[in-house]
Design a protein around this ligand. Structure first.
Ligand code: NAD
Length: 529
């Protein structure tokens, strides 16, 4: 785990960082000290001899180095994360925690070390107030805020541990005789062995993962399992959508067979939506179905793919053509996995969560709309609210109609257009979620053309996508190819393609037998050039 402390000079980043690292038994790094060591000069000397810009350049170089470092608490300099490049590098590799404090308290804390703080060289109270007024609004945009004005370093450490460990919430999904339970809990990965041991008697888990996820979190998963005396057999795939095919599934069957797995064995899908789709399909068909646990590691899979019991693989360019309904007995969601996701991966998860909001939860839609920057920077409390609400929407829709005979189809909002778009770009130009986002735009346009959708919906929806920097238009679109790919869509019944359209935020409806001209007109809404 990597924890990055930020905030104004004097808020206590270094004192807190040292104590936190000690308590967690991981290393501590003070960014300013690290730069001083590398340059063999004090910060004040770097400033006076080479100027602030040289110092900032050194700071950027060090942030890039820190991207790869793990199990460390980093105390950053006062301005480090106000630089967009530093912020984007560090936000995709760890948890940023922002300490806030009143200027009066800061003054009292730093009164003895002005000599070491070049920006306060004028030695004046005014200088601090000026810097505070300039920077505090910027810190307020950063995630995971803690007011530490009245806290001693050891209490701040306590608050940070609370933030990292969080509370648990659970949701049950009932599909006929099957129960599928989702647990959301920060830090559960370290106790995964105990969690599984309390439910199953298995001494072994068959784990499917991808190479990225396993290199980041494999060790922690395995050590959690070993603590509960559970051994592992691991099958690793290269990452990416292209793995979702029957050839890969065949290799998984061969591995399970070689390792003597049976239908009583425990299968764990550990990764994003690609892994839970392939794993769910393999586990549901090997010996007519193994015990299945999903541990989703992307936001998209936590809010959508790993829950709900649908799995599938692709054939040729046609998406999700072969699959089953098979409910994982447990889905274990640890929001801390999200700390290593890139901006694009966060965007993709937020699009799927936004979809859940559009389908049935206006407050979820507004929560995302109003907090895009903090969510992108992984504010844990906000993210947990988003995950919890999205899981609740999906659990409730699936419980009503587990096998998609009727209302569950609403979860496919954006998918009829989206799947065809993905296929038409051969799964390489657009990610699944980006295609679903564009698909939701087309579905809303279709609703508008048919007088079913509120005129206020589409502009508001596009605005949220734009805030996420998600695509709202696409170049070189081949509309007739998209139309022909829609013919393969599973949502087609008696030769008619069905669409889900939003009426307004929180309400959707299913429509069938749409005239081709409306479909083509809707596609124009996202066509660029
Ligand atoms: N079955 C369903 O109900 C359902 C619903 C929605 C989407 N899906 C499917 O999900 C797939 C997309 O899922 P996805 O976006 O999670 O894709 P993914 O599984 O390919 O993961 C995206 C990338 O993130 C990496 N990754 C995963 N966890 C990480 C972490 N914690 N830190 C850093 N990197 C990490 C992966 O290695 C991969 O490179 C699509 O195939 C889609 O069809 C299925």
């Amino acid at each position: 785990m990597k924890i990055i402390l930020t905030g104004m000079m004097g808020v206590g980043k270094t004192a807190v960082g040292r104590k936190l690292a000690e308590g967690m038994n991981i290393s501590f790094l003070d960014l300013d000290e690290h730069i001083e060591k590398k340059a063999c000069l004090k910060i004040s000397e770097i400033f006076s001899r080479f100027g602030e810009s040289r110092f900032r350049q050194m700071e950027r170089e060090v942030c890039k180095e820190l991207f790869l470092m793990n199990d460390v608490v980093i105390s950053t300099g006062g301005r480090t994360l106000l630089d967009k490049k530093n912020l984007s590098v560090l936000a995709s590799s760890g948890i940023i925690i922002t300490l806030h404090c009143t200027p009066e308290k800061i003054l009292s804390r730093i009164k003895n070390d002005r000599g070491q703080r070049p920006l306060l060289a004028s030695n004046s109270k005014e200088a601090l107030y000026r810097i505070y007024n300039e920077r505090e609004p910027e810190y307020l945009k950063l995630p995971n805020k803690l007011d530490v004005t009245h806290l001693k370093p050891e209490n701040v450490v306590g608050e940070i541990m609370k933030l990292i460990n969080g509370e648990e919430s659970r949701f049950e999904m009932i599909a006929g005789e099957n129960r599928s339970s989702s647990l959301i809990c920060r830090g559960i990965i370290d106790d995964i062995g105990t969690f599984l041991k309390n439910i199953y008697q298995d001494k072994k888990a068959f784990i499917l993962s991808d190479k990225n996820v396993f290199s980041l979190y494999g060790k922690r998963l395995i050590s959690g399992l070993h603590e509960a005396d559970i051994q592992e057999d691991v099958f690793l795939l290269p990452p990416g959508e292209r793995q979702k095919n029957l050839g890969v599934v065949k290799k998984i069957y061969a591995w399970l067979q070689e390792k003597d797995a049976t239908r009583f064995s425990l299968f764990v899908s550990f990764g994003g939506g690609v892994i839970s789709d392939i794993g769910g399909f393999a586990a549901s068909t090997f010996h007519r179905g193994m015990k299945l646990v999903n541990i989703p590691t992307t936001l998209l899979s936590q809010v959508d793919a790993s829950i709900g019991g649908k799995n599938a693989v692709n054939i040729n360019e046609a998406k999700n053509q072969i699959g089953t309904f098979y409910f994982p007995e447990h889905v274990v969601i640890d929001p801390l996995f999200l700390t290593t996701l890139s901006h694009k991966q966060m965007q993709e998860g937020l699009i799927e969560a936004l979809k859940a909001g559009v389908i049935a939860d206006k407050d979820l839609f507004l929560l995302i709309k109003n907090h895009v920057p903090e969510l992108m920077l992984k504010d844990l409390r906000l993210l947990e609210q988003v995950i919890t609400r999205a899981v609740k929407v999906k659990s409730s829709v699936v419980t009503q109609d587990p096998y998609e005979k009727n209302t569950r189809a609403t979860l496919n909002l954006g998918h009829t257009f989206g799947h065809a778009l993905e296929g038409s770009y051969k799964y390489s130009h657009l990610s699944h979620a980006q295609a679903v986002g564009l698909g939701m735009i087309c579905a809303s346009k279709l609703g508008l053309l048919l007088n079913l959708t509120s005129e206020y919906f589409l502009p508001e929806f596009k605005e949220v996508l734009t805030r996420m920097k998600a695509p709202t238009q696409i170049k070189n679109m081949n509309a007739s190819r998209i139309l022909s790919l829609m013919q393969f869509d599973k949502k087609r019944k008696e030769g008619k393609i069905s669409f889900i359209v939003p009426k307004k935020v929180g309400e959707t409806l299913i429509i069938k037998d749409v005239n081709k001209k409306y479909i083509l007109e809707s596609l124009k809404e996202i066509s660029h050039g």
